[in-house]
Design a protein around this ligand. Sequence first.
Ligand code: CLF
Ligand code: SF4
Length: 291
Amino acid sequence: RTAASTPAFPELEGRHPCFSITAAGHAASARLHLPVSPRCNIACAFCRRDFNDVEHRPGVASRLIAPDEAETIVARALTLLPNLAVVGIAGPGDPLASDHALDAFRRIHARFPDLVLCLSTNGLRLPDRIDEIVAAGVATLTVTVNAVDPEIQARIAPKIGWQGRGLSGRAAAERLIANQLAGIAAAAARGLTVKINTVLIPEINEAHVGEVARVTAAAGARVINVIPLIPQGDLAHLPAPGIVARARARAAAAEHLRVFSHCARCRADACGIPGVSDVSAELWGDGRVAE
Ligand code: CLF
Ligand code: SF4
């Protein structure tokens, strides 16, 4: 076996579609996203959260669910998907900006201890919530880090809310990056497997992805997922990154971290194997068009 085909995480290969580096491992298990997190605490320029049944992208769900609905929905998903292995929370807002996600995870972990719990966050609240995250049973963590240079980051998320007040520009970027890196280190030290999601944004961070990988690897991340920008919101004027820019960014990242390359840019209420199968229309009962 070459290094490229050796699973990076033998304990997760075939048990987590987003931490399985091989295509076979990726397709062996399904994940459910619970759209339980109503708010966000930062303002990414490309973000456009919405509730609808038709768009297949992050930030979108048919409806918000309450934490006490989570167990019933997981039980129903298990009847639809015998290979369900992962329950993730990735929106529609940030899962650490309110208590809903950790409340839902605690309930699921108590009733279904064999499911892998997966949290995806912008990382602003990671350092101060890491104990709660571990106590809730979360095993895999994704932190979206789009820049480790405050000048670049300030163009991507110009504002954040921190400790009851708003920060903007360079001050916001410095706080976010510092918390992301401290949070990654704390999570890695507590035994979580940490993945980085980096949105590849033409003209802003396309030459910076290798540096993101280098710095986050040093902090304790194990794998990176380079996600092409969906041009929308305040970045609607930018092009989607082309195949050359994607390949270049992934090659630069690969110098420092394993690269996950099967990302399907999932909805916040997706259910199935990312990019392969989707039973969310049956699960949510909304007649939604499948992926
Ligand atoms: Fe969901 Fe994200 Fe966990 Fe996977 S999705 S919270 S790590 S269980 Fe996966 Fe979907 Fe890409 Fe996310 S394919 S958008 S990387
Ligand atoms: Fe949107 Fe996520 Fe950014 Fe919050 S962290 S603004 S939900 S993309």
